[in-house]
Write a protein that binds this ligand. Structure first.
Ligand code: GTP
Ligand code: MG
Length: 196
């Protein structure tokens, strides 16, 4: 799959602002700073379509990006940013849950974790939440450039053992820094969403 014309559509703060055109929505979920916005930029080969930052908490609204009128990438705010007030963290949690409950067009959840670290308590809570939605999900272990390439496979196995011991989900490495796993991730998305 090659995405030719990715376009920002809307920053939503409430469900009535979600696009109502029926296009499938592929949503990025993960803790703050894990690389959700960068993931979108890498897949569409643009530097600044989705806004990224080394400061966690960059994405505060629900941003929809239209991909060639075929589907949306939906960039959610990240959870678990410790410098955010408890009230703000709760607001973010509410946003994420509201989107996952109320959007009718989610066709795939892309759950991003950091390949270097044991999933956080918040990651585990999020994973359980996703599991209960019954929506299709793949897990992306991001920042793979930060570990030795020879450790990538074994670390993916470790992370799957922790989060998904039943091993019924697809786990894939990724790196926005090195852009070396892009093809397999795009193929996997295409297989799941468009059955080809
Ligand atoms: N080394 C490395 N850095 C990455 C990778 N992906 C993202 N980053 C960096 O991590 C930081 C956070 O990236 P974002 O894409 O803004 O993260 P986010 O998950 O959208 O963060 P929030 O919007 O706060 O939830 C930035 O400094 C990115 O350059 C990666 O694969 N490898
Ligand atoms: Mg972001």
């Amino acid at each position: 799959m090659i995405i030719k014309n990715p376009e920002f559509k809307i920053s939503a703060v409430s469900p009535k602002q979600y696009p109502q055109d029926g296009l499938p929505q592929i949503v990025l979920v993960g803790k703050s700073n894990v690389g959700k916005s960068s993931f979108i930029n890498t897949l569409v080969n643009r530097k600044n379509l989705a806004r990224t930052s080394s400061e966690p908490g960059k994405t505060r609204q629900i941003n929809f990006y239209n991909m060639d009128n075929k589907f949306y990438f939906v960039d959610l705010p990240g959870y678990g940013y410790s410098k955010m007030s408890k009230q703000e963290q709760e607001k973010v949690g509410h946003f994420i849950e509201e989107y996952l409950q109320k959007s009718k067009n989610i066709c795939l959840i892309i759950f991003l974790i950091d390949i270097r670290h044991t999933p956080t308590e918040n990651d585990k809570l999020m994973y359980d939440y996703i599991f209960k939605t019954n929506l299709p999900c793949i897990v992306i272990a991001n920042k793979a450039d930060k570990i030795a390439i020879t450790k990538v496979d074994s670390q993916i196995k470790n992370l799957q053992e922790i989060l998904n011991p039943l091993k019924d989900l697809i786990f894939l490495p990724f790196s926005s820094e090195r852009k070396i796993y892009t093809k397999s991730v795009l193929e996997t998305i295409e297989n799941i969403v468009f059955n080809n």
